[in-house]
Design a protein around this ligand. Structure first.
Ligand SMILES: [Zn+2]
Length: 133
């Protein structure tokens, strides 16, 4: 199999791991759309929703809920966009399924497709302290 960024455990550690269990891992997005932007990634390589088993998919949704609750409580998010870019035609950039949790603090979140600023080490460490445990 070709190199896959989300199968690269070392790289995921660099993102900042918020949560991990047998089926999936939650990490901070390195180019967040908003504060606490998180990715839920299955541990096993699954290209997209259509090729992912139901058990893993259902579990990822439950983990997304759990992380969203934490972000609401600890960062003060008022809402969330849960998003999957599924397939190249839908702008999937890493061909390993992932659910975006994009916290919303005001009325809207900017999802205009522009590159966002890379998260700083300081912000990453602050968010990890707030969102783990
Ligand atoms: Zn992969």
């Amino acid at each position: 199999m070709a190199y896959c960024r989300f199968c690269d455990r070392e790289l995921l550690e660099k993102h900042g791991v918020l949560y991990k269990d047998k089926l999936c891992t939650a990490v901070l997005d390195r180019y967040p759309n908003s504060r606490g932007h998180t990715l839920i990634i299955p541990n096993k390589h699954h290209k997209d929703i259509l090729t992912t088993d139901d058990k893993t998919l259902a579990h990822m949704a439950i983990v997304a809920k759990k992380i969203s609750k934490k972000i609401e409580k600890r960062l003060g998010a008022k809402g969330f966009k849960l998003l999957v870019d599924d397939g190249k035609a839908a702008d999937q950039s890493v061909m390993h399924l992932h659910i975006h949790i994009i916290p919303a603090y005001k009325k809207t979140v900017n999802l205009n497709g522009k590159r966002h600023k890379q998260i700083t080490e300081k912000e990453k460490n602050l968010l990890l302290r707030k969102l783990t445990k």
